[in-house]
Design a protein around this ligand. Structure first.
Ligand SMILES: [Zn+2]
Length: 314
């Protein structure tokens, strides 16, 4: 990615702090839902340029996301985020020919109707910096993960089903982690530190305020099977890759050359022609992004356990 770390963190920071309406303590989900919808259309190749019209496809995607994340009396009004996202200063509405700017900074007026937006606005457009991230598949995947982690952590599985990754995963019951209290946080802290808060599959690294990390500590052989919480039985993964590994859709497996292992995907259950599964299939054959020190590299027996379960569980 041609984006520097500080630039990346700057964008995450802005996405983590979208200005949102509140109803009591409930923050409205419209803006992050709109961003997820746009990301969805980018993944599907429906949007290819930095010109995002208020199209029927965008409205349909927004409704699908909204149905999952809505709470209380939230209404699926796409015109609100499409219009008010301008206030976050990385999104602009380009007037249709002969029209004037529709968004006035500081104005507290409500959003125009969908029909009026369609008549007066040619399309929305992103600031070049965030567009660079959105137009690149890996960075886009990371942005989607960050948005879900920040705004909709409880809806992760349902949101994954919308993008397709969950569709085939239903039959397998994941081996849930059962850790005694206290041990879990020590394991987590160690794994995140030795992997420098980076997902060993996709490389996403998010660390805010030195304490909040998007990345999770995953056991290779589950703790309730192995009772082993040494760092060599763990790996730092973003929620998406943790979820997929728990369901044996992907696995780090031993490799003759790469000491930390390489990624394999379950080809019977994943299809790179299906949106949402493409991201997972894309890591096939990639090396595990190793921890800083070799003594923390995944143990061979842990990689073997993952390999066996990838091919035997369908
Ligand atoms: Zn990842």
């Amino acid at each position: 990615m041609a984006v520097s770390n500080s630039e990346w963190e700057n964008w995450l920071d802005r996405l983590y702090n979208l200005r949102r309406d509140k109803s009591g303590s409930h923050e409205r989900p419209h803006k992050p839902a709109l961003l997820l919808s746009i990301i969805n259309l980018l993944d599907r190749g429906i949007i290819t340029r930095n010109e995002i019209p208020l199209s029927d496809e965008l409205v349909a995607a927004f409704k699908r996301y909204f149905a999952v994340v809505r709470r209380e009396n939230d209404q699926p009004t796409i015109q609100n985020p499409f219009f008010h996202l301008c206030g976050d200063k990385f999104w602009r509405l380009v007037p249709a020919s002969g029209e004037r700017d529709i968004y006035q900074e500081g104005s507290v007026s409500g959003a125009p109707s969908v029909a009026e937006l369609r008549r007066r606005v040619a399309h929305g457009t992103f600031d070049a910096g965030i567009w660079q991230l959105l137009s690149e598949p890996v960075a886009r995947h990371q942005l989607r993960e960050a948005l879900i982690a920040r705004y909709f952590p409880d809806d992760r599985e349902k949101l994954a089903a919308i993008t397709g990754a969950g569709a085939k995963a239903e039959p397998v019951v994941a081996l849930r982690e059962e850790m005694p209290p206290g041990r879990d946080s020590a394991f987590r802290r160690t794994i995140l530190e030795v992997y420098d808060y980076r997902c060993a599959a996709c490389g996403v690294r998010v660390l805010l305020d030195q304490c909040m990390s998007l990345v999770e500590a995953a056991h290779l052989i589950p703790f309730n099977v192995s009772r082993n919480d040494k760092p060599t039985n763990g790996m730092a993964l973003c929620p998406n890759h943790h979820w997929a590994m728990d369901r044996h859709l992907i696995a780090p497996v031993p490799d003759g050359k790469k000491r930390a292992g390489i990624w394999r995907v379950n080809e019977e259950r994943l299809d790179d022609r299906i949106e949402g599964q493409r991201d997972l299939v894309a890591i096939a054959g990639k090396s595990v992004i190793p921890p800083g020190e070799e003594k923390f590299y995944p143990a061979l027996e842990s990689l073997r356990w993952r390999e066996e379960h990838l091919v035997t569980i369908h």
